[in-house]
Every structure is written in C-alpha cells, then in structure tokens.
Design a binder for this molecule. Structure first.
Ligand code: G3P
Ligand code: CA
Length: 306
C-alpha cells in the first residue's frame, strides 16, 4: 500500500514537472549569436519547449528577428551603411529594406560570449525562423513551439508600420490559428495585446511582459492581474520582480495566469545563488513558475528532467 502511494506521488510530481516549460531566449544565445538561425537550431536540438524570436519590421514591411528596433548592437550596419543613421545616431531597421539588411553580418551582443568577429551569421526573417522550427519539428519528430515578441508596436505604428494585423496573418499562414497552437505571443505594451484579442479576434495564447518600471506596478495587484487576465494567458515579469515579491506568482495563478519570468543566465548569476541549478530550483520549485526564459536552454531542460 505504502509503495503504491509513493509511486502515485512520484507520478504526480513528475507530471507536474513535465508541465513546466523552457523558453530558449533569443535561441540558444548563451552559445551562438542571438537571433540567428543557428542559435534557434541549437535550441531546438537541446530539447527546449519554445524558441523566442523578437520581431521588428523592415521598411518594406517584412518581419525580421531582432531584439532592438535599431541594428548597430548586433550587426555591422555602421560599417556597411555609414551614412544611414538618424539624427539620434542610431540605424533603425525600419529605414532599411530586407535586401539591405541581408547584406549585414549579424554578431553576438555580449563580448564574453561567441566571438563577435568570427564566422558568418545573418539577420533572419521571422518566416525563415518559423520554417526552420517547423522543419526541425518534422525531421526530429519533436515539436518545439515559437514564442515571438512584438517589439515596440506603438513606435512601429507611429512610423507607418502597424504590426498586429500583419503578424497574425503571417502566423496563421503557418498554422498558428487558435488557443491550442504551440505559440505564445508576448509584448511589453498592453494595447497591441488587447487589439489582437478584442479587435482582431485572436485566440492565440498571449503573455503580458512586465519590467521594473513604475508603469507596470498597477498590473501586479490583484485587481491589475484580473484586468490582464481579460486579454492574456500569462505574465512575463523580469525575474528580479519575483525575487523581490514571490507572492506575484500566487496572485497571478489565482487570476488564472501562467508565469514565465525572464531571463536566467548561467554567465550572469545573481550573487544570491550558489549555482545555476540553484537559481533554476528557486524559480521552478520554490517560487513555482510555469516556465522561464533562459539563454542556456540545455541546462534548464536537464534540470527539469532530473
Ligand atoms: O521577452 C522576454 C524577454 O526577452 C524580455 O526582454 O529585452 O530580452 O526582449 P528582452
Ligand atoms: Ca524578448
């Protein structure tokens, strides 16, 4: 009898662990330059559940995978197009056609990671990213989802490049059509998420991202989270917000929201944690989050398996 109870507990705990997800942040960006097809492929091979592209629009309205709305942090745009910066000294993706962006070399943002002047990488389109993931889903028989972030939709709209409708049409074309689709659509801005849910009728799972800025504080109250739950399926807070107030997880769960904090990095471990496993354990098992963004998806996958 005792053995049967123990087995039931083990099965239940394993099933619970299975439900927790790993989100490969900018691909396997701890190993390969962020937001490159190579980084996404490596994340897939590492067994991640979801792969994150950040997306912005080019001048000719093509979604590309890029963290910033400008290009100089992760490409050689300054050398290739020295005269194309705006008055603020930045090279905006929205000022370049896709053909021009394809002339650039992409490189890792952080100097302590993949050497910035080695090998050769490109800025991928969002379409290329989806086709890579879906191709790997087919050839490996293991289905990874996508977790795209719309970067600065208000800025894009103000610059004549509305994102939401075109984004939904694009993902629909690849079979991401309803609440069961293996996709999470994330954004720091609430309005685009509300527009997609309420005006454009999207039922795709949505995540309200949150940062440490004051503007997000009202969203974290019981009432604020209830409002978020009207248009989103979960929240994506900065991990420091949960370290500071672990009750966020409980409040979000009570509102019916999943919790996916960002970003756990083995090479940038907060001093309060003795190891990366220690940090993973704190978030997955002590705080009880449902998933997390990490630049080292292999380590999170291995942790959940244990
Ligand atoms: O989307 C989650 C996380 O990636 C948000 O931060 O700046 O890395 O896009 P960022
Ligand atoms: Ca992101």
């Amino acid at each position: 009898m005792f053995a049967r109870i123990c087995l039931a507990v083990i099965v239940a705990v394993s099933a619970q662990a299975q439900l927790k997800i790993v989100i490969a942040h900018r691909g396997a960006s701890g190993y390969v330059p962020e937001h490159t097809l190579e980084s996404y492929a490596m994340a897939h091979a590492m067994g991640t559940d979801f792969i994150e592209p950040d997306v912005v629009l080019t001048k000719d309205k093509v979604f590309i995978c890029l963290h910033d709305i400008h290009l100089e942090m992760t490409t050689d745009v300054e050398q290739v197009f020295p005269d194309r910066k705006r008055a603020d000294g930045k090279w905006y993706a929205a000022d370049f056609t896709l053909a021009e962006i394809k002339q650039l070399h992409a490189h890792e943002r952080l100097k302590n990671r993949f050497p910035q002047d080695k090998s050769s990488f490109q800025v991928p389109t969002f379409t290329e990213m989806i086709e890579l993931v879906q191709g790997l889903n087919k050839t490996t028989g293991r289905e990874a989802g996508i977790y795209p972030e719309l970067k600065e939709p208000k800025w894009h709209r103000d610059n004549g490049l509305p994102m939401e409708e075109a984004f939904l049409a694009l993902v629909k074309g690849y079979g991401y059509t309803d609440a069961k689709s293996k996709i999470f659509v994330q954004c720091f801005e609430a309005e685009p998420l509300k527009r997609m849910r309420n005006d454009l009728g999207s039922t795709l799972p949505q995540i309200q991202l949150m940062g440490n800025e004051k503007e997000f504080a009202p969203m974290l109250t019981k009432e604020g989270l209830a409002e978020v739950a009207k248009y989103a399926n979960g929240i994506g807070p900065d991990k420091g917000m949960i370290d500071k107030d672990p009750e966020i997880v409980k409040r979000a769960h009570e509102a019916g929201l999943q919790v996916h904090p960002y970003t756990l990095r083995k090479d940038s471990l907060p001093s309060k944690y003795s190891s990366f496993d220690n940090e993973l354990n704190q978030f997955y098992n002590v705080y009880g989050v449902d998933g997390l963004f990490t630049d080292f998806p292999d380590l999170a996958v291995a942790f959940l398996k244990r």
